[in-house]
Design a protein around this ligand. Structure first.
Ligand code: 13P
Length: 265
């Protein structure tokens, strides 16, 4: 497989910093002896208040801890200023982040984030040398009315508007059908692969073939240890953005382990 897979855990608004630190340590210690070359890129997105606690344990094992990167769950596009309650990309980088999740459906739904805001965030993240994980996905109503592909391609075109092909190539997209998030209903792996291949074709139109071959596109929505191997066996699925199953050390480590089984085959 030419694109290095990614397994990302989105911890959402869960855990105080002591529990976050313990969970991170449980993941890190499990993989400390394993070579990064046989592993997917692991990314953990804790709450803002746990970022320092998590990043303080990140690099103490001396094993090239790049195998576990840290992500912010959101950011503002400005560097600083009068934006009460917001956090900038520089602040996330200062706290140890190299990735930032943007456009999660929970942010779009509960905090009225628009495609235009997500585009500004993506540009800001890339200009500071971090990598955006751009989320997209359709509601059940949109799926049932047959507009899944046009809706998602609109989200992707808007998020990538005005971004160079080189920057798009480094970015990550997460396809998360909203009806599959936290519901236990995983999208059928063939269907997830079809939508992700469609997203890749949109990236090809926007940024060219090389970017579309390089960009990593993840699936998210009720990913579990039992679902990941089939998902990872599909041609266009480059990994997973995991919510609930990333909050337990055993299930998240098992998702990584099951991903590795597919990587070696
Ligand atoms: P679940 O894995 O809990 O369905 O959450 C998916 C998600 O929203 C990850 O960002």
């Amino acid at each position: 497989m030419s694109r290095k897979p990614i397994i990302a855990g989105n911890w959402k608004m869960n855990m105080l910093s002591s529990d976050a630190k313990s969970l991170f340590e449980g993941i890190k210690s499990h993989w400390s002896e394993t070579s990064a070359t046989v592993m997917p890129q692991v990314i953990i997105a804790p709450t803002f208040t746990s970022l320092w606690a998590v990043s303080s344990v990140k690099c103490s094992c001396g094993c090239g801890c790049d195998k576990i990167a840290i992500a912010g769950q959101n950011c503002h596009w400005e560097s600083s200023g009068a934006y009460t309650g917001e956090i900038s990309v520089e602040m996330l980088a200062d706290a140890g982040c190299s990735y930032v999740i943007i456009g999660h459906s929970e942010r779009r739904q509960y905090f009225s984030e628009t495609d235009e805001m997500i585009n500004k965030k993506a540009k800001s993240i890339l200009s500071k040398g971090l990598i955006p994980i751009i989320c997209c996905g359709e509601t059940l109503e949109q799926r049932e009315s047959g507009i899944t592909d046009s809706w998602i391609s609109g989200q992707i075109r808007a998020a990538l508007d005005g971004i160079s092909s080189e920057d798009i190539a480094k970015s990550v997209i997460a396809y998360e059908p909203i009806w599959a998030i936290g519901t236990g209903k995983t999208c059928d792996a063939d269907e997830a692969n079809r939508v992700i291949a469609m997203i890749r074709s949109v990236v090809k139109e926007v940024a060219g073939e090389s970017a579309s071959n390089s960009i990593r596109i993840l699936y998210g929505g009720s990913v579990k240890p039992e679902t990941i191997a089939e998902q990872m066996s599909k041609s266009d699925i480059d990994g997973a953005l995991v919510g609930g199953a990333s909050l337990k050390v055993d299930s998240f480590n098992k998702i990584i382990e099951n991903t590795m089984t597919v990587m070696v085959n």
